[in-house]
Design a protein around this ligand. Structure first.
Ligand code: ZN
Length: 99
């Protein structure tokens, strides 16, 4: 239905994640706001956060998660466990092994 709106929303979500990464070290609070905004756009426009971005943010505190900086990645079979080192929340993202 709203393909156009969703395409635009997706573009903005990617952009906001980019900004969140850029501001992660210099402006952590701002970085979190970008993630918050991206998620809001997602819910408002019924756009799902792309799978590739799912390990990149914390559901609980909205931090942009970067492996080795404020996140730990752990693999359990095909499932990736991402731990936010800011609030301690863990999330599992299922990643099916496709050849
Ligand atoms: Zn967190």
């Amino acid at each position: 239905m709203n393909k156009k709106i969703q395409a635009l929303a997706l573009e903005r979500i990617y952009r906001l994640f980019e900004l969140a990464e850029l501001n992660l070290k210099t402006h952590p609070a701002r970085s979190k706001r970008y993630i918050q905004m991206a998620r809001k756009i997602g819910t408002r426009t019924n756009t799902r956060i792309p799978d590739e971005l799912k390990p990149c943010y914390c559901k609980k505190c909205n931090a942009f998660l970067k492996k080795g900086v404020n996140a730990e990645h752990e693999k359990e079979g095909t499932i990736l466990i991402v731990k936010c080192l800011e609030c301690g929340a863990e999330k599992k993202t299922g990643r099916k092994n496709k050849a």
